[in-house]
Design a protein around this ligand. Structure first.
Ligand code: BMA
Length: 331
């Protein structure tokens, strides 16, 4: 942690940012951003990157590195491509993967956005090796995105965090399933605030929630509409371990946002959008991989203990202010 202009900076940008760009790709790519991330059992960092082509459609491509910073070996061909023949909901591409290792299954679950004719929905695929995938198809119908599976069952059921769109913007929800196919028991987790808040217009999960002793630590993106366009920044919230829809603490201020030139300028400027992280051998160092301005992949590093300590000192007195009234109505 450093202090800059009186603010505690919880994340440090890596000096070689952006760490991956379209210029690194072994085949023609327009932009490379919003990667899911995971550390494989041999210590390799795997990023599953969203690659956009010149049609504007995205697919996913794996990049592997021994240290998570450089020496990336990128798949020669797209790793997971839209399959609109079998999955019509993938007609206009697949985007923003979030990876969870599910110990019970001994497999990785990838939740991603399937861009259908009717808008974005949430699709799920399982894999052992990021080479072949079992596609479960759409698990949340449009409009819905920003999804990740929790790594273990909660009270007997799998849990998916996701962000259905509402007329007023979008709030984070959680849904449960006994088998990863049938989903229900929907609860709101985190409400977009209103007015001049930095997260007034939309909120969504960024990387998968991080399990800590204090609770599920969520790094979420908050969107503020401005006359110059949207600003995507990151905030922190903590949820009860065995009842993840219960918000324990929600940070008042954002903790990371666009400031470096590669975050300010690009296809969509002023966007910092992480979909994945890895944790170092010390169990505390967090490597946050994020899309910068919908154009490239960047890395920022923080410490889980410092995030929790900041949250304990900088949250709203009443976290329920962040939630809707009972019954899930939000307005
Ligand atoms: C969100 C998602 C992200 C994107 C961001 C900024 O709604 O679609 O893929 O990075 O907008 O454009």
């Amino acid at each position: 942690m450093t202090v800059h202009d009186g603010f505690e900076e919880l994340f440090q940008r890596h000096p070689s940012n952006p760490i991956l760009t379209a210029a690194d790709w072994p085949y023609p790519a327009h932009t490379v951003f919003n990667p899911g991330a995971i550390r494989l059992q041999d210590g390799t960092t795997l990023l599953l990157c969203r690659v956009e082509d010149r049609r504007g459609h995205s697919h996913l491509c794996a990049a592997r590195s021994p240290n998570g910073i450089d020496g990336w070996v990128i798949d020669e061909h797209p790793t997971l491509t839209p399959d609109p023949g079998l999955h019509p909901e993938e007609l206009w591409g697949i985007e923003d993967p979030r990876i969870t290792f599910v110990a019970e299954l001994g497999r990785y679950a990838v939740a991603y956005t399937a861009f259908s004719r009717d808008g974005p929905g949430v699709a799920l695929a399982l894999t052992d090796d990021f080479r072949s995938f079992d596609r479960y198809g759409l698990v949340m119908q449009p409009d819905d995105k920003d999804a990740a599976l929790l790594p273990r069952r909660i009270n007997g059921n799998f849990a998916l965090v996701h962000r259905p769109a509402t007329e007023s913007g979008g709030h984070v929800w959680i849904s449960y399933s006994p088998d990863l196919r049938n989903w229900g028991n929907h609860h709101m987790m985190l409400l977009a605030r209103k007015g001049s808040w930095w997260d007034a217009n939309k909120v969504g999960l960024s990387p998968p929630p991080i399990e800590t002793e204090a609770g599920w630590l969520m790094i979420y993106h908050g969107v503020r509409h401005t006359p110059a366009g949207c600003l995507y920044r990151l905030g922190l919230a903590l949820f009860a371990l065995d009842q993840p829809e219960r918000c324990i603490q929600r940070g008042d201020s954002w903790v990371f946002g666009p400031s470096a030139p590669y975050e300010r300028e690009g296809d969509v400027g002023n966007v910092t959008f992480p979909c994945g992280y890895t944790v170092g051998d010390d169990g505390d160092t967090l490597h946050l991989y994020y899309g910068a301005a919908d154009t490239s992949v960047a890395l920022a590093t923080g410490r889980i203990r410092e995030l929790l300590s900041w949250l304990a000192r900088n949250h709203s007195v009443d976290a329920s202010d962040s939630l809707g009234p009972p019954g899930g109505s939000v307005d």
